[in-house]
Design a protein. Structure first.
Lengths: 530, 122
């Protein structure tokens, strides 16, 4: 914990749950912070601004949420969108999360800990804002006398608080970006990419298969792959913020707001109880599994939206004024009624499990395992999609109306998966789509088992890219939903991400060391030109 | 070639046998999941074109029968299609990277794949 001229924290309105606080957001010190001039919250808490040590309107005391210890903490929770005069979204969110954290600290660590946190915070504020040496001395003296457990709890409290503040700032940056006019370079880059790709595709008369974007996960102690579980959990809390904001703004506030805030409290409680320090070094396999969480957020959530936006842009490029009179790209109602206009142009890469530079625990065996782990993960995702469609696609189709090719596939399913198809035929006699999707789910399950040859039968698994693609593209399958899910990834056999192998030149660049005494590498595969 | 050569550690934890096993692992991945699954071989702190050539030679060795399976931890021989990507991470290498790439572009391959485009992508 830092002392001296850099404060431990700055005031927050209701932050950390105390009603007797000033109405400021926090300035988190340390490596997780951003420069004050670069973010709105820093502007809010600039030391040049006057400080109000106490809110003019104290919220009325109300019943404790979780016992008497949380009473004062709960009192500080903002009740409405503009509670406490917090006029901007960032300040509101910081205020909300800060007050919820205060409740969690009081509940989990006790009222004394909350009071210690508040005391430390207010003293650091006093020192920072007015150069109060007395407050500084008191702060230093109390910190010096803390028991190690209390010191750890105090550090955890501030660490989590700043984590939540950073999270709010990240969300605020996204909001600011969305507000930017399209003419601004940053916004134009984001918004125009799909249009430019579409225009290029139009020029070449087809979807441009060469247009590809690649993103790679790197491995290393400073890389996202090493993010600790708390950081990931913070992302989960971030995902709940929009719901909380919507609830605050909605007319039907009472019950929804309570539900959303309860979820946020749950998330913050989990964060509080999650260790921020690993006691054992993560293994490369741990890194691989951690990175899968990022793929879940990107590959399974963002990518379908990107492809759909691209598809809309392609419609606009193709139909032009006839489509929507040259207006902004919108959903023309065509996606899902035809195959996707663009190919899967996003590529994912990862060095995790292949980067051996300075990491002798990355072995050839590990490199071979990682694609299997990725494949297993993505296949589970597809399986879930197929199963979900199985439960919802309850369209009844008469036998005469079934496309012959679709019927052939059902017949093939019956050959490859007799037991599964018997069961599906009994459950869904007049719903062929359900039977087909059940077969696809079973085939995906068997494809997942196939590399290990255990867990169940593997007959009927998908062997190649084309067998998988054809399965989804089968005529007769309704396109709207299956098209979107098909494009999650183009191949079930492929792992989630392409893999790079990396070795230092001092290893890879030393073939003479591999030569026998007489130079058994007699016919090198490549020779430098003269 | 003798096994002791393959077991000797080049750097802590990495022996020539392990390096060759990595090439064979890449080949195994490509056989099972396709070439896209793993095809880039990055050489960190590359200094000369010889570094690139060495990787291609190693890939060729791993593909052939000259190295027994037992010396590579049970990985059988296999040809991996690789894009070899030198990373220039030192001032000297960066200053001479044009010359290095020029030399790389004149490497003639007969076995493993050498893709100058990989450098451009980097």
């Amino acid at each position: 914990m830092r002392r001296g001229p850099v404060p431990l924290g700055t005031p927050g309105d209701g932050a950390l749950g105390s009603p007797a606080t000033s109405r400021r957001t926090a300035t988190p010190p340390g490596p997780r912070t951003r420069p004050q001039s670069a973010n709105p919250s820093a502007a809010v808490c600039s030391r040049d601004m006057p400080v109000k040590s106490q809110s003019p309107k104290q919220p009325k005391p109300r019943a404790a949420l979780n016992g008497a210890a949380t009473t004062s903490a709960a009192d500080s929770e903002p009740r409405s969108a503009l509670a406490g005069g917090a006029g901007d979204s960032l300040a509101r969110e910081v205020k909300l999360l800060g007050s919820l954290l205060g409740q969690v600290i009081a509940e989990q660590g006790g009222q004394q800990l909350l009071e210690l946190v508040e005391r430390s915070r207010l003293r650091s504020i006093a020192f920072r804002e007015s150069g109060d040496e007395g407050a500084h001395q008191e702060l230093a003296s109390e910190l010096d006398s803390l028991a190690i457990d209390d010191a750890e709890a105090l550090a955890n409290a501030f660490s989590l608080y700043f984590q939540l503040v950073n999270l709010c700032e990240e969300r605020d940056q996204v909001r600011q970006l969305k507000k930017m006019p399209r003419s601004r370079p940053g916004r134009r880059r984001l918004a125009g990419r799909g249009d430019r790709l579409a225009a290029r595709a139009r020029l070449v008369g087809r979807s441009d298969r060469r247009a590809a974007a690649a993103a790679a996960h790197h491995a290393g102690p400073d890389r996202p792959s090493h993010r600790s579980p708390p950081a990931h959990d913070a992302d989960r809390a971030a995902a709940l913020l929009p719901a909380a904001r919507a609830a605050r703004r909605s007319a039907a506030r009472g019950r929804r707001r309570g539900r959303d805030r309860r979820k946020l409290r749950e998330e913050i409680s989990l964060l509080w109880r999650t260790s921020s320090v690993r006691k054992t070094a993560p293994t490369p396999i741990d890194e691989v599994r951690t990175a899968l969480a990022f793929f879940d957020e990107t590959l399974f959530r963002a990518v379908p939206r990107i492809y759909r936006a691209f598809d809309r842009a392609m419609d606009r490029a193709r139909l032009g004024a006839r489509g929507n009179r040259g207006g902004p790209a919108g959903d023309l109602g065509l996606s899902g009624t035809r195959p996707p206009r663009g190919s899967a142009f996003l590529r994912w890469g990862s060095w995790i499990g292949g980067d051996r530079d300075g990491n002798p625990t990355v072995t050839a065996e590990l490199t071979r395992q990682v694609p299997r782990i990725h494949a297993d993960h993505v296949l589970r995702g597809y399986e879930a999609v197929a199963t979900r469609l199985l439960t919802t696609l309850s369209v009844q189709v008469s036998r005469e109306a079934i496309h012959p090719e679709f019927e052939n596939r059902l017949a093939r399913d019956a050959e490859d998966l007799p037991e599964t198809m018997r069961d599906l035929a009994r459950r869904f006699p007049d719903e062929p789509y359900r039977r087909r999707l059940g077969a696809i789910a079973e085939r995906l399950r068997r494809t997942r088992w196939y590399p290990h040859r255990r867990g169940g039968p593997v007959a009927g698994h998908y062997e190649t890219t084309s067998s998988w693609s054809k399965s989804w593209r089968a005529p007769g399958l309704p396109g709207r939903r299956t098209a979107a899910s098909r494009r999650l990834r183009r191949d079930p056999g492929l792992p989630l991400a392409g893999r790079d192998v990396r070795l230092p030149s001092r290893v890879a660049g030393d073939p003479p060391a591999l030569r026998g005494p007489r130079g058994s590498l007699s016919t090198p595969c490549c020779t430098p030109a003269a | 070639m003798t096994s002791p050569d393959l077991a000797r550690e080049l750097v802590p934890g990495v022996s020539p046998g392990e390096v060759l096993a990595t090439f064979r692992a890449v080949a195994a991945i490509q056989r099972r999941f396709g070439e896209d699954a793993c095809h880039r071989y990055v050489i960190s702190f590359a200094r000369t074109a010889d570094d690139v050539m060495a990787v291609l030679q190693l890939a060729d060795m791993a593909a052939g029968g000259i190295v027994p399976t037992v010396a590579t931890g049970g990985f059988v021989r296999g040809q991996a299609n690789l894009d070899v990507v030198p990373l220039f991470e030192s001032a000297d290498a960066l200053e001479s990277c044009g010359e290095i790439l020029e030399r790389c572009s004149r490497i003639r391959t007969t076995g493993a794949t050498w893709s100058p485009a990989a450098i451009a992508r980097k």
